[in-house]
Design a protein around this ligand. Structure first.
Ligand SMILES: [Zn+2]
Length: 331
């Protein structure tokens, strides 16, 4: 049997030891090369695009540049996901390396212990990395003529704990006995290709999303649930009844199930609770991890860092500290 990718040498191109051996100047240069790849790390003014900038950092201060064109100051992370960062850049590289190495995900509490930062700092940092990953999924359309894609849904959140005594227990299958917090992650996954998830209140709301994200001419595979019936109007659909078989006559949703296996393990084993406002971000993280599972950890770290530097300020977390009125001590 072929060796599993994660056991191979090719999977390990970045170690934490390498990151911690870096001097601050090395980490700065690494980020500069990622941010300003076209000029091999030479600063480009984010305000006016001028290439003429000089180093104006204060004594022992963080790296800072001043543009000769517009006279404005900027840093390596100005206007990126890491704007106004408080930690040394080396810590961000370390966080990205740790985050990549955990194939099912990394809990914010664990990374707060790894890097000795507050839980909230770790929580925001990891969510920014998820936001960066999601950048790659934006507007993605999968499939095409002669290609096959699978569609499936998985429910998350809204757990209702059964009562202690049998006579007090309610039937949790009825909508009236649920708390309305349960949501469904619907994933579209091309066989041998990429995936794209979205979150809805029920599978039947996903039709427009599926129509927009699967190219015409794709053969779509789905299970026997009635919510997928209207896909027949637009696509050639192969259905698999899971009560009879998991794969029959070429029809199966095993690629989609693999995705849910990863997301479910992230929920049960790492985060314990991934419902609510951030469910989509966790779903996107698992999608990115699933699609890039055969990419070396060094390449993954570079990609995530590059996505974070390419993306503007955080949508989810700009002003988070002000909104939550949290002191910045230890951040
Ligand atoms: Zn400028």
């Amino acid at each position: 049997m072929a060796q599993h990718f994660l056991l191979s040498r090719a999977a390990k191109t970045l170690t934490l030891a390498q990151v911690f051996q870096m001097k601050d100047a090395d980490a700065e240069m690494a980020f500069r090369r990622i941010r300003w790849a076209d000029t091999n790390g030479d600063p480009v003014c984010p305000h006016c695009g001028s290439l003429d900038a000089y180093d104006c950092r204060r004594f022992k201060g963080a790296p800072r540049f001043r543009c000769r064109g517009c006279k404005k100051d900027f840093t390596i992370t100005s206007g990126t996901l890491f704007a106004s960062h408080k930690l040394p850049l080396r810590c961000y590289l370390a966080a990205i390396a740790i985050f990549c190495n955990e194939v099912k995900g990394k809990s914010a509490l664990a990374i707060s212990r790894d890097l000795c930062v507050s839980y909230k700092c770790a929580f925001v940092l990891l969510h920014k990395l998820r936001e960066a990953m999601a950048e790659e999924l934006r507007g993605r359309v999968v499939g095409g003529e002669g290609k096959e894609a699978e569609v499936d849904g998985g429910y998350f959140g809204g757990y209702v704990k059964p009562a202690n005594l049998k006579e007090d227990r309610i039937d949790r299958r009825f909508a009236r006995n649920q708390n309305g917090k349960r949501k469904v992650v619907v994933v579209i996954r091309e066989r041998g290709g990429n995936s794209v998830p979205a979150v809805f209140h029920s599978e039947s709301q996903a039709s427009a999303f599926i129509r927009a994200r699967i190219a015409k001419g794709t053969v779509v595979h789905a299970d026997e649930a009635g919510s997928w019936d209207n896909l027949h109007e637009r696509f050639e659909v192969k259905r698999i009844n899971h009560q009879e078989a998991y794969s029959l006559d070429g029809a199966c949703t095993n690629w989609a199930e693999e995705y849910f296996s990863r997301l479910r393990r992230a929920e049960v084993g790492i985060h314990h609770h991934i419902a609510g406002a951030y469910l989509l971000r966790y779903a996107q993280e698992s999608s990115w991890r699933e699609d890039n599972r055969r990419v070396s950890n060094g390449e993954q770290a570079n990609r995530i860092a590059a996505l974070a530097m390419k993306r503007g300020k955080s949508v989810d977390f700009t002003g988070y500290w002000q909104r939550h009125n949290i002191g910045r001590t230890g951040v």
